[in-house]
Design a protein around this ligand. Structure first.
Ligand code: ADP
Ligand code: MG
Ligand code: MG
Length: 249
């Protein structure tokens, strides 16, 4: 479904990804782990089409199509969605409008009309309840004054409403207490099905106890240096990344 081949990416003239290969099939959950500054966020940002990244070599294809040729909106419409696509506060824009606009853009691309207001409210209330979020949340400006945990729940709420084909989550676990982590994990797990894939970036093994990945990859210095199943996370938890760094060097 998503194939990344020999990807090289530079930021401000500095090479960050140095020949990264990754294949994600339908229905699979992949976790990318690795030390700070390895290029984990760069990878998901490049797939989602964020500005500021220069692809100097390699390819990314999704269902055979060249992702790098697609504008960021096209990628979102194709179902490649990175959580925190809107990490910034957007003063005056209510959360509910952003969600509705994003959903309608997706529906339009699918040849559907705008979602009728009652249907939208029914959908959103159901998802809010599932994420244990208060309805007052909808009326607040996007991310304005949100706590870390609220932002993360909001990120998953967006995913639940938009139902992307590839869910990308970057450090969805950072700064969450255990209860919030469980709610977020419940949201992500509810998205798992045979058609949808998940790519999540995390520092910590803890998240992977709640969202059990099919594959784990270790990203060090711009390349995936090791892949394995969930047991790899335990190995990393016990031994850190140093042994891999040494092996790679
Ligand atoms: P990770 O998510 O694995 O911690 P990142 O992908 O965020 O790593 O960053 C990889 C490297 O790229 C780091 O050295 C970081 O400083 C650099 N980098 C990332 N984004 C930028 C940017 N916008 N400007 C300059 N350097 C950046
Ligand atoms: Mg970083
Ligand atoms: Mg990062």
């Amino acid at each position: 479904m998503l194939v990344v081949k020999d990807l090289h990416v530079s930021v401000e003239g500095k090479e960050i990804l140095k020949g990264l290969d990754l294949t994600i099939n339908k229905g699979e959950v992949h976790a990318i782990m690795g030390p700070n500054g390895a290029g984990k966020s760069t990878l998901s940002s490049v797939i989602a089409g964020k500005d500021g990244y220069e692809v100097t070599a390699g390819t990314i294809t999704y269902k055979g199509e060249d992702v790098l040729e697609m504008a960021v909106e096209e990628r979102a419409r194709a179902g490649l969605l990175l959580g925190f696509q809107y990490p910034v506060e957007i003063p005056g824009v209510k959360n509910v409008y952003l969600l509705k606009a994003a959903l309608n853009a997706k529906r339009e691309a699918e040849g559907l009309g705008e979602i009728p207001a009652p249907e939208f409210m029914k959908l959103i209330r159901e998802k809010l309840a599932f994420m244990q979020m208060d309805a007052s949340f909808l009326q607040r400006a996007v991310n304005e004054g949100f706590s870390g945990g609220e932002k993360k729940r909001n990120e998953i709420l967006q995913m639940l409403v938009l139902e992307p084909k590839l869910v990308m989550l970057d450090e969805i676990d950072s700064g969450l207490d255990i209860d919030a982590l469980k709610v977020v994990a419940k949201g992500v797990n509810s998205l798992r099905n045979e058609d949808r894939s998940v790519l999540m970036v995390t520092h910590y093994q803890r998240l992977l106890e709640h969202i059990v990945p099919d594959h784990i990859h270790v990203l060090i210095d711009g390349r995936i240096v090791k892949s394995g199943d969930k047991s790899l996370a335990l190995e990393l938890e016990a031994h850190g990344y140093d042994w891999l760094q040494e092996e790679t060097a």
